[in-house]
Design a protein around this ligand. Structure first.
Ligand SMILES: Cc1cc2nc3c(=O)[nH]c(=O)nc-3n(C[C@H](O)[C@H](O)[C@H](O)COP(=O)(O)OP(=O)(O)OC[C@H]3O[C@@H](n4cnc5c(N)ncnc54)[C@H](O)[C@@H]3O)c2cc1C
Length: 507
């Protein structure tokens, strides 16, 4: 029997209301507004949207429980903000004050000027810094002329750094940067997935120092997080290392939510199971795509859809997708995640007068402390708290430290205050404390991640009307999650169009 071409409204479900799922929803909403016959429904398990993006205002201070900003050089987040009418809310980091310290034997040592992530590009600051011993400095100089042979396969970030610059650079620079930013372990993270430009540079130049110097001369060196002053004018904002929103990252979430179709968001509605109606998936003719159909089960019952976007942490996605595709579930379950805790401490600024200038400090694992990093929030972004207020954001947890999540608020506050006192000499009590625990929220791209992702793509290609989004795939930062959300929605829009434009399909 031949069926007529259908241009009926295609129904798409999104599971997960973090920034990835929301950016899928927004992309679908724009298509709907432009006349494409689609209807979408976003299911979020908790009672709020945003996932780990969670801002609030306390005593006039913007408190970020999750991400506090995004990398300016990745455009997706700022573009989304502009599209949502939040262009005037974008705020660059106060890079004139940018200075980051590393804690070494309980002493804060500033990252040397000219350091491009883990690679020195300026002779004198590198030679003079007390961050590295003389033997490491000599090794750095030697790397310029006699680089090691490139690796033939993926390796950890620590292994690559060790080959070029030795173990001390791993311990004092790369490990604290990766644990303080990603809650990650440099000895496990894949250099090809996390620092692909380093691998390209090694392949091209051999020496990373030489490669960075060349990139620096061309003005194209990757951002380092190291110290580099610039003014925070509108033009400088575009060059600031980090960008945020004046009222908090949640502004982005709220702006998307306000623009979505009425009735499309289902809060406090965890999806319990997914059924792929694959018995209808036979495809007897080329260019003929069938709606195989997806059925979701929630506490309110079952709903069927033509397409499905899963925008969940990979481990959650794995358990829901196991009945659909066991191989895909296995691949997703293999993506490790780390947990983290933020402890935001508000102060009257005069109580913070002894703080060194800069954005904060990172703590190497060799220091055996619980805090991985501390951000001096009032210094990093000007204008997100009233004059006279200051805030410290302590970051704890990371790979292998899940047990910290079980500690009470009082114990975590006590730990934060003790370490701040030991490191900064800060004795003042905060005027407010806000603690957020994020269980298994940050994906860790271990060695072999790119190969695993290739297998994921191949497996997903066999599931029509299905796409994945979120931080497990192509980058864990907010801009990357936005991008995967958009791509997932575009995949499903193409699928919906194909369904509607398929000439005739035999049943
Ligand atoms: C503490 C912290 C600090 C960070 N700092 C930065 C930063 O400064 N800059 C940066 O760029 N990135 C940062 N990141 C990373 C970035 O914020 C995240 O990777 C990103 O926001 C993840 O978005 P997501 O939508 O993929 O997932 P999530 O935000 O985890 O959202 C997933 C959603 O799915 C929901 N859900 C789970 N199960 C179900 C179910 N069965 N049914 C329905 N819904 C379900 C959850 O409730 C959640 O809302 C940080 C992350 C953390 C944890």
């Amino acid at each position: 029997m031949e069926s007529e071409p259908q241009s009926s409204t295609r129904r798409i479900a999104i599971i997960g209301g973090g920034i990835a799922g929301l950016s899928s929803a927004w992309t679908l909403e724009k298509a709907r507004r432009s006349g494409q016959p689609i209807e979408y429904h976003l299911y979020e398990g908790s009672g709020r949207l945003g996932g780990v993006v969670a801002s609030e205002t306390i005593d006039g201070c913007v408190v970020e429980g999750g991400p506090d900003s995004f990398l300016t050089e990745k455009p997706a987040a700022a573009e989304l903000c502009r599209e949502l009418g939040l262009g005037d809310q974008l705020l660059g980091s106060n890079d004139a004050e940018r200075r980051t310290y590393i804690l070494v034997r309980n002493r804060l040592i500033s990252l040397p000027d000219g350091l491009m992530f883990m690679v020195p590009t300026k002779l004198f600051p590198t030679a003079l810094t007390p961050l590295f011993s003389w033997s490491t400095k000599l090794r750095m100089a030697r790397e310029f002329l006699f680089p090691p042979a490139p690796a033939t396969e993926d390796e950890s970030v620590a292994a690559m750094t060790r080959r070029h610059f030795g173990q001390e650079t791993v311990d004092r620079l790369v490990s604290p940067l990766l644990s303080g930013v990603y809650g990650g372990d440099a000895s496990q993270l894949s250099v090809r997935a996390v620092l692909p430009r380093m691998v390209e540079m090694e392949e091209k130049h051999g020496s990373l120092s030489r490669a960075m110097l060349a990139a620096r001369k061309k003005g194209g060196a990757p951002h380092s997080g190291a110290n580099r002053p610039s003014r925070n004018s509108e033009a400088a904002r575009a060059r600031s290392l980090f960008t945020t929103l004046r009222g908090g990252m949640q502004q982005m979430v709220d702006a998307v939510a306000a623009r979505l179709a009425p009735g499309s968001i289902h809060l406090s509605t965890p999806v319990r199971s997914i059924v792929h109606n694959s018995e209808y998936c036979t495809d007897p003719k080329p260019d003929c795509t069938y709606s195989c159909g997806w059925t979701l089960e929630t506490a309110s019952g079952q709903e069927s859809f033509d397409g499905l976007i899963v925008a969940l942490p990979a481990w959650t996605a794995a358990s829901l997708l196991r009945p659909v595709d066991r191989l895909l579930a296995d691949l997703l379950a293999e993506v490790p995640y780390s947990s983290s805790i933020t402890v935001n401490l508000g102060y009257d600024i005069e109580r913070l007068h002894g703080l060194p200038p800069g954005f904060g400090y990172l703590v190497p694992a060799t220091e055996k402390r619980r805090m991985l990093a501390c951000t001096f929030v009032h210094a990093k972004f000007a204008g997100r708290m009233p004059a006279g207020k200051g805030m410290l954001r302590c970051f704890m947890g990371g790979t292998g430290n899940d047990r910290l999540l079980e500690e009470s608020d009082a114990a975590l506050t006590e730990t934060a205050l003790r370490e701040l006192s030991e490191v900064l000499g800060l004795r003042a009590q905060p005027s407010f404390v806000r603690i957020h625990r994020w269980r298994k929220a940050m994906a860790q791209y271990g060695v072999g991640h790119l190969e695993r992702m290739q297998q994921v793509r191949e497996t997903v290609a066999h599931l029509p009307g299905f796409a994945l989004a979120g931080n497990a795939y192509q980058g864990i930062g907010v801009p990357d999650c936005i991008r995967t959300g958009q791509q997932a929605a575009e995949t499903l829009l193409t699928f919906a169009q194909q369904q509607n434009s398929a000439a005739t399909c035999a049943n």
